[in-house]
Ligand binder design. Structure first.
Ligand code: SAM
Length: 160
């Protein structure tokens, strides 16, 4: 009985993951994690001040958010895959920096970027144009937008 229950839960979790994996292809991009070295290089380059607010759109398992919080930023991740969201949320409970780590379950296209100083994301190249438009419409002057890219690259722009 217990074995059937565990098996059921496991199959359920795999199905949920697969559904969101397919949906992410239709939205901004599937789970591909950024190398930590690239995230740290990006955070150095952004030259962020402690207490600035960063949001990672499509936060995956949360590595950009954790790295940003470690550097003193108030960091938020938004992710629509409930399994990745729960994984990051649970992980954040064990972090030394949990006071400045936030995860939201939701669609990145529905989140207002207005409160944030720094917006990061790792999305399909064709989605970057749409994110850039959203960024320009919603953020304050001086806010920065950073696209993480495959391999070890990134691109940063600032709202004039
Ligand atoms: C390439 S991964 C990036 C993960 C993380 N930001 C990193 O750099 O390691 C893209 C993530 O965006 C999520 N995603 C795709 N479309 C989304 C949407 N519309 N709303 C929220 N999350 C989305 C996917 O589930 C995936 O976890």
């Amino acid at each position: 009985m217990v074995l059937i229950l565990i098996l059921g839960l496991l199959i359920g979790a795999i199905c949920i993951f697969l559904v969101f994996f397919v949906l992410s292809f239709l939205s901004a991009g599937p789970l591909v994690v950024s190398p930590k070295k690239n995230i740290n290089a990006l955070l150095e380059k952004l030259d962020c001040q402690k207490g600035e607010k960063l949001i990672d759109l499509g936060s995956g398992e949360g590595r950009v958010v954790f790295a940003a919080a470690e550097k003193g930023l108030d960091a938020t991740g938004v992710e629509f895959n409930i399994l990745l969201y729960l994984f990051s949320k649970v992980r954040s409970c064990f972090s030394r920096h949990k006071g400045r780590i936030h995860f939201k379950l939701g669609n990145l296209w529905k989140i207002s970027l207005a409160p944030y100083d720094v917006v990061t994301c790792f999305v399909f190249p064709e989605v970057r144009v749409k994110i850039k438009k959203k960024f320009e419409k919603e953020v304050q002057k001086g806010a920065r937008l950073a696209f993480l890219k495959h391999g070890n690259g990134f691109e940063i722009m600032r709202k004039p």
